[in-house]
Design a protein around this ligand. Structure first.
Ligand code: SAM
Length: 299
């Protein structure tokens, strides 16, 4: 049914997000439109949805998937860190719920020409927004050995970060590293064998993707600007797939004086869901709600 991307914890997302069936909802990572469709189906025909994604291909797919909802949907290509600007542009003053389903879609991972994955050879790209200047090829071929090692260690929690960075620098002195297959081979040769069933290039590829797309900067920027647009009682639902992202979300929820944490512990997918969609296995969902103001307190 979902060729582009199988939405994770779809029932839970809808259940936690919708507090007002006639509300204005934002899907900040609309992807293939799977979550957005479920939200619109569950809400009443008066509800509207703004879908954002920085990948043009995702916007094109979502516009087909959500075509049946007509003017109830507005899709915008852009980074969610620009959320305040987008809401102003759309003349939206308050929203009733916002969803972030972080990371990459299956479509992005599975398309060899996007260069996110080493399972099939493709150009070393990894840009979600293909108009962006810097791509993985530039990072791998022009960053210093120390910069590469730091990226692998910090974003990928890769223990062999220095050794892998050294091998990359030696390899690129012979010839630039242009494809995902070439990079995968360099990492494998430097550090052969799977660890716990995981290919040694997995963490390096994830780290490069996070760096190229500045994923850990995007999220705090979006969070810092969104709460002021949330109506009292509105929900902020975030699905994350990486411990560093989950930590950003947890701390943001905990320290924000206008948010009440709804999920004291993150919600994780059922075993049944993981079996049918193994990519859901690292998902963690956290939910917060904008506090209801007590009578007599200033807005
Ligand atoms: C896990 S997928 C979302 C899938 C979607 N929930 C669905 O049901 O199909 C994540 C999407 O977020 C987009 N994305 C990631 N970071 C973004 C950012 N900073 N701004 C806008 N979109 C972003 C990616 O391009 C990708 O399409």
């Amino acid at each position: 049914m979902f060729h582009y991307h199988q939405p994770v914890m779809i029932a839970e997302v809808v259940q936690y997000l919708i507090t007002d069936p006639q509300g204005v909802y934002v899907d900040a990572t609309v992807g293939g439109g799977g979550h957005a469709k479920a939200i619109l189906e569950k809400a009443s025909p008066q509800a509207v949805l703004i879908g954002i994604d920085r990948d043009q291909e995702a916007i094109e797919t979502a516009s087909q998937v959500l075509a049946e909802f007509g003017t109830r949907v507005k899709l915008i290509q852009g980074s969610f860190s620009r959320i305040a600007e987008i809401l102003i542009q759309e003349k939206i003053k308050t929203i009733h719920g916002i969803l972030f389903d972080l990371g990459v879609s299956s479509r992005q991972l599975d398309a060899p020409e996007r260069g996110f994955s080493f399972s099939q050879d493709g150009p070393l790209d990894m840009r979600m927004d293909r108009t962006q200047k810097i791509d993985a090829c530039q990072v791998v071929n022009s960053f210093s050995e120390k910069e590469l090692a730091d990226i692998f260690f910090y974003y990928g929690e890769e223990r062999k970060s220095r050794k892998i960075a050294r091998s990359i620098v030696l390899a690129r002195q012979r010839k630039p590293i242009m494809t995902t297959g070439e990079l995968e081979k360099i990492i494998w040769d430097c550090h052969p064998g799977r660890r716990g069933g995981i290919h040694p290039a997995t963490r390096v590829f994830m780290a490069l993707r996070i760096y190229v797309n500045q994923e850990l900067d995007e999220l705090p920027k979006a969070l810092a600007s969104i709460v002021q647009y949330m109506k009292e009682g509105a929900r902020l639902v975030i699905l994350s797939y990486h411990s560093l992202e989950d930590r950003i979300v947890k701390n943001f929820f905990r320290n924000h004086d206008q948010l009440e944490v709804i999920t004291r512990k993150p919600i994780i997918p059922s075993q049944q869901e993981i079996q049918s969609n193994p990519r859901a296995r690292s998902a963690k969902m956290r939910v917060a709600q904008k506090l209801l103001r007590e009578e007599g307190t200033p807005a």
